[in-house]
Design a binder for this molecule. Structure first.
Ligand code: ADP
Length: 164
């Protein structure tokens, strides 16, 4: 049984991420979406909120589980008995960011393979930060995020207004 991890902040999860999970789910027996709890970042959604949104947004993919972790990704992968880490690539900038991290993991944990899936054309321009910004300024995010995320982000922005 091959277990893969799709790690990330997912603040919030977008349709670009969902596309990667769906494709990974066809390649591996089990896919764990691991929400990274980065104590150095101030996210829009708490880890608990991100996990809850991911659970709703991936409910249609039977072999996907959602979890969260802190600390080293290689340690987390070993703890979950996962030997594959899957990441999505949109462009060369993603590659330049991801490649050294993959090398670090390979050095620490040679039993783990790092796999990159190229984005679908439709989601090339979609990022969590762009979604947060679009939502804040009243842009339409309907086709870019799962419905539950669209509702949650509008609710969140109403409660936490941006400073002018
Ligand atoms: P980070 O881990 O840097 O906080 P994210 O949580 O936004 O990044 O994304 C998690 C993973 O999903 C990363 O591997 C990222 O490159 C990938 N990803 C993000 N947006 C897309 C997209 N639109 N298409 C494909 N992959 C994506």
């Amino acid at each position: 049984m091959t277990i893969a991890i799709c790690p990330g902040s997912f603040d919030p999860v977008t349709n670009g991420h969902i596309d990667i999970f769906e494709r990974a789910s066809k390649m591996f027996d089990e896919v764990i979406v691991g929400v990274f709890n980065n104590i150095n970042k101030k996210p829009l959604f708490t880890v608990e909120e991100r996990v809850a949104l991911l659970k709703q947004a991936t409910a249609h993919i039977p072999n996907v589980k959602v979890d969260c972790f802190a600390g080293l990704l290689a340690d987390y992968a070993h703890q979950k008995n996962a030997h594959v880490i899957v990441r999505g690539l949109r462009d060369a900038n993603d590659f330049l960011y991801e490649f050294p991290r993959a090398m670090l993991i390979k050095n620490m944990a040679p039993d783990i393979e790092n796999i990159f899936l190229t984005t679908d054309n439709k989601y090339y321009h979609v990022s969590s930060s762009a979604i947060r910004e679009l939502a804040q300024f009243g842009g339409n995010i309907t086709h870019l995020v799962p419905h539950c995320v669209e509702l949650a982000i509008h609710e969140k922005i109403k409660r936490v207004p941006t400073s002018k």
